[in-house]
Design a binder for this molecule. Structure first.
Ligand code: MN
Length: 387
C-alpha cells in the first residue's frame, strides 16, 4: 500500500532557461516577459528566468520580469562563480541558482579540476551569494553520473555553507525511476536541505523520474512547458502537474485549466509545435474514434478517460474515421443538427470509413454533409426544419 505524499510539491519552471537552451530556440524579450506572466497566472511557485551572465539583453529580460512584481519567485541561473552571481545581483534577482558539475567526467574533462576544488568552490559561491542576502539553490550538474558518496559530500557541503536548496540533475537523461528514487532517498537521509529534481527526457522518462524523486522526498520539481529543453527536453510542466494530481492526489496549486493556453503560446514562441499525441495538451489526447471507445464514452466519459479534459481546459472530441461505429456517426451528425436513425447511420458508415482511409485524416463536418447528401438523398431531418 502506497501512502499519501507527506510533503507539499512546488513547481520551479525553467522554460525560460533550460527550455530556451533547446538548440534553435530563442525567445524575444517580450516573449520571455509574456511567458513569465502566464507561468505566474498558472500559479507556478518559482520561475527560472534566465542566465544573467549571458549579457545585457538577457539581464534586461530578467529585469523586466522582476519588474512585473509576480507572485512567483524569480530565480536567476549561474555557474558557481562570483561574476555570474554578481550578474544576478545586478539584475535585482533575490534568488540565484549556482551550478557545479559533480560527476568526475564533467569535473575532469570540462573544468579540468578535481572534487576538492568543486567542494571549495561550492562553499565560496554559496557564502558569497548568502552574504548578499540571496535565496540560494545549489545545483549538482550531472548528478546521475556522480559517485554517490561524493554527491552526499556535496549535499552536506551545500547545507554547511547555508544553501537553501539542492537541485539533483539528471543532466544527460540516463536515470530510470528506480535509480532516481534510490539516489534521492539516500540524499534525503544525509541532508535536511530541500531537494529539487531536474530530469531530461532522452529515454522518455523525464516525468516518471520526477515523480520518483518526489516519492523519495524531493519537494521541488524543475519543469518546462511542453517539455522544451536540451535534446529530448525536460520534464513537462503539464505532465508533472497532472501526474501529481491524478496519481498522487497532490495539489500543487497550479490552475490546470489555464495550462493549454500557456502551452500553445510557448509552442508558437519556440517554433516547436505540440505533437498531437503530446500528453495532456496534444490535440489528439481527448479525441476518440474507435467504435468501442466512443460507445463507452457516450455512456460515461470516465470509461475511457483517465484525465478529465475539463481539468486542463480541453474538451473531448469524437472524430469519424476508419474505426467508427454507428453511435459515433449518430453523435457527430446530431452535433450538426442532423438526427439519423440507426439504420441511416449504418447506411452512411461504409462511405465514412472509405473517405477517412482515402484522406488519412478525420472527416470534417463538410465531408459528413456531402456523404449524407450522396447516400441519403432527402433522408435525415435537419434540426432547423424539425421544429
Ligand atoms: Mn538541464
Amino acid at each position: 500500500m502506497i501512502a499519501p505524499l507527506s510533503q507539499a510539491v512546488f513547481i520551479d519552471d525553467t522554460t525560460l532557461r533550460d527550455g530556451e537552451q533547446t538548440a534553435g530556440v530563442a525567445f524575444t524579450r517580450a516573449e520571455k516577459v509574456r511567458i513569465a506572466r502566464l507561468l505566474d497566472r498558472l500559479g507556478v511557485h518559482q520561475i527560472e528566468a534566465g542566465i544573467p551572465a549571458m549579457g545585457l539583453e538577457e539581464q534586461r529580460a530578467i529585469g523586466d520580469i522582476l519588474a512585473l512584481g509576480l507572485s512567483a519567485q524569480v530565480i536567476a541561473w549561474g555557474r558557481a562563480i562570483q561574476p555570474d552571481i554578481d550578474a544576478a545581483i545586478a539584475c535585482g534577482a533575490g534568488a540565484v541558482h549556482v551550478s557545479l558539475p559533480v560527476s568526475d567526467i564533467q569535473i575532469g574533462a570540462k573544468l579540468k579540476r578535481d572534487r576538492g576544488w568543486v567542494l571549495g568552490q561550492l562553499s565560496r559561491a554559496v557564502d558569497y551569494a548568502k552574504g548578499h542576502g540571496l535565496y540560494v539553490s545549489v545545483g549538482g550538474e550531472d548528478a546521475s553520473r556522480a559517485d554517490a558518496r561524493f554527491l552526499a559530500a556535496f549535499a552536506r557541503a551545500a547545507q554547511a555553507a547555508g544553501a537553501d536548496r539542492l537541485r539533483i540533475c539528471d543532466t544527460v537523461g540516463i536515470w530510470d525511476p528506480f535509480r532516481t528514487y534510490d539516489a534521492v532517498f539516500s540524499l534525503a537521509r544525509q541532508t535536511t536541505l530541500a531537494l529539487e529534481i531536474h530530469t531530461h527526457n532522452d529515454l522518455g522518462l523525464a516525468t516518471a523520474n520526477a515523480l520518483a524523486a518526489v516519492r523519495a522526498g524531493a519537494s521541488y520539481v524543475n519543469t518546462t512547458v511542453n517539455g522544451l529543453g536540451e535534446r529530448a527536453g525536460n520534464a513537462a510542466l503539464e505532465e508533472v502537474v497532472m501526474a501529481l494530481k491524478v496519481i498522487e492526489g497532490s495539489d500543487t496549486g497550479i490552475r490546470t485549466g489555464r495550462m493549454a493556453a500557456l502551452c500553445r503560446f510557448v509552442a508558437d514562441a519556440s517554433g516547436r509545435p505540440i505533437h498531437p499525441s503530446k500528453p495532456v495538451v496534444g490535440s489528439g489526447v481527448f479525441a476518440h474514434e474507435s467504435g468501442i471507445h466512443v460507445d463507452g464514452l457516450l455512456k460515461d466519459a470516465r470509461t475511457y478517460e483517465g484525465l478529465s479534459p475539463a481539468d486542463v481546459g480541453a474538451r473531448h472530441r469524437i472524430v469519424l474515421g476508419k474505426h467508427s461505429g454507428t453511435r459515433a456517426v449518430r453523435a457527430c451528425y446530431a452535433r450538426m443538427g442532423v438526427f439519423l436513425s440507426r439504420a441511416e447511420a449504418e447506411t452512411l458508415l461504409p462511405a465514412i470509413r472509405g473517405r477517412a482511409v482515402a484522406r488519412k485524416a478525420p472527416l470534417a463536418d463538410a465531408d459528413l454533409a456531402a456523404i449524407r447528401r450522396e447516400a441519403l438523398p432527402g433522408g435525415a431531418v435537419p434540426m432547423e426544419s424539425a421544429g
